[in-house]
Design a protein around this ligand. Structure first.
Ligand code: PLP
Length: 463
């Protein structure tokens, strides 16, 4: 009798493809020209010239047939649209926050929350910065202070919860500047800039306790909260049997308020909101949204957008859906590992982060190694990625000097439900080829630098 073989049991996505969008195949020569025209900044490429678009997972997700069907029942009334009430109900039901104000995307909510809560001279501690979050805190007169654990700044450190807040750092800051100067602690998870790293429920509980002790509010950037809940389920003791929906609700229960970019977890192309427990803050936010976004029952969105968001909330807590997404990221990481490509570990929830400092040891940080690598990968294969290093970190608004972040990364971000495993294989093979030829890559110099968030519109040329 033949010996029984051990058979590998794979999993696959819990959906199939109904509609396809053709993508353009380009030549190296074409891409070389396109990159030069775009000033070596992938944000300035035309999407038509991109083969596999891993720039971001923001608003680039594939909506489900159920979400598309919902778009047809958009109630486009100026005031009191039924989609708004359905969305509010789902925010209450799934996040457990009583008050809700829609905005056209996440940063609009960050803007309004920052304006309401921050007074000039305040400090806002957070678990590493996010570009738009920090800028809105600064524009409101505050100073962002990074209180994430040290492990988050070490690419190879395999700590399972690198998004955790260092309680000692937080308490030291409170003692130094005084609790009155800290309007809220800003917590995000998984932490994008650290490589998509989650915080643990245990850490969140301790942060919440510390905040209560000093009467400081705790606010949640819940943009990727479901992915954080997924990591808690698979990595933290006591949560194995809980559903994503239960973990999400428990997480949110420790916060006073939150903001969300619906372009991530909720799998829509546009949308955002803020939600809170305080009626006073709710009223202030509702009042401010009419200045910047639109009436408080649409906040810059069409009725159909709110319907797609409401349905997205129901889909985002599906375990198999998140497993497929995080599984795709992990697959990419494991394949790249076979070629020895330096990356941030453990692999994050939404993206693989290449360690550009190690990848391009011969390029000094002031010559923008991650930006150079992003350009090179695009030229090699048409795969579009994003710089998350010295360009993204920007300058100190007061001194005008460049920030020099410890992490100099290239982010390959996976839109939800968009690409197949074969697309990932092509991506991996391209990066492995670029890695082999890395010695030939040159640094860049800036030729145009806008004042705010320079990574979006800055232009470069090869040294
Ligand atoms: C995308 C994002 C934002 C900003 O949201 P937009 O919808 O892009 O304005 C804020 N915080 C986090 C963690 C994000 O990922």
């Amino acid at each position: 009798m033949a010996k029984k073989r051990v058979i590998k049991r794979s999993w696959a996505e819990p959906f199939k493809i109904k509609v396809v969008e053709p993508i353009k195949m380009t030549t190296r020569e074409h891409r070389e020209k396109a990159m030069k025209r775009a000033g070596y900044n992938t944000f300035l490429l035309r999407s038509e010239d991109v083969y596999i678009d891993l720039l971001t997972d923001s608003g680039t997700n594939a909506m489900s047939d159920n979400q598309w069907a919902g778009m047809m029942i958009g109630d486009e009334a100026y005031a009191g649209s039924k989609n708004f009430y359905y969305l509010w109900d789902n925010v209450k039901k799934y996040y457990g926050m009583p008050y809700f104000v829609p905005t056209h995307q996440g940063r609009a909510a960050e803007h309004i929350i920052s304006k309401i809560l921050i007074t000039k001279g305040d400090y806002i501690p957070g678990n590493m910065y996010f570009t738009t979050t920090k800028l809105h805190q600064e524009l409101a007169g505050g100073t962002f202070v990074d209180v994430i654990i040290d492990e988050a700044h070490q690419p190879e450190n395999e700590h399972p919860f690198k998004g955790n807040i260092d309680l000692q750092k937080l308490e030291d800051l409170i003692k130094k500047v005084g609790a009155k100067k800290i309007p809220y602690v800003s917590m995000a998870g998984p932490v994008n800039m650290a490589g998509g790293q989650p915080f643990s429920m245990e850490n969140l509980k301790e942060v919440s306790k510390l905040c209560k002790k000093y009467k400081i509010e705790l606010w949640f950037d819940a943009t990727r909260a479901c992915e954080n809940a997924y990591f808690i389920k698979i990595r933290e003791k006591g949560y194995e049997k809980k559903t994503i929906a239960q973990i999400l609700k428990e997480m949110v229960s420790y916060f006073d308020g939150m903001w969300v970019s619906a372009k991530k977890d909720l799998m829509v192309n546009i949308g955002g909101f803020m939600a809170m427990r305080s009626k006073k803050v709710f009223q202030a936010a509702r009042n401010m949204v009419v200045i910047y976004e639109g009436l408080h029952t649409y906040g810059g969105l069409a009725g159909r957008d709110m319907e797609a968001m409401a349905r997205g909330i129901e889909e985002m807590v599906d375990f198999d859906n998140i497993k497929a997404r995080v599984g795709q990221v992990e697959y990419c990481g494991k394949e790249l590992d076979k070629y020895g490509v330096p990356m941030v570990k453990p692999f994050g929830g939404h993206a693989i982060f290449l360690d550009a400092k190690k990848f391009l040891r011969h390029i000094k940080q002031d010559d923008f190694p991650a930006q150079a690598l992003v350009a090179e990968i695009y030229i090699d294969s048409g795969v579009r990625s994003m710089e998350r290093g010295i360009v993204s970190a920007g300058r100190d608004l007061k001194t005008g000097k460049n920030h020099h972040p410890k992490l100099e990364l290239v982010r390959l971000t996976f839109p939800r439900r968009v690409y197949t495993q074969a697309h990932i294989d092509v991506t991996v093979e391209s990066i492995a080829s670029v890695y082999q030829e890395r010695k030939n890559i040159k640094g860049l110099r800036i030729t145009y630098e806008p004042k705010y968030l320079r990574f979006f519109q800055g232009r470069f040329e090869r040294l």
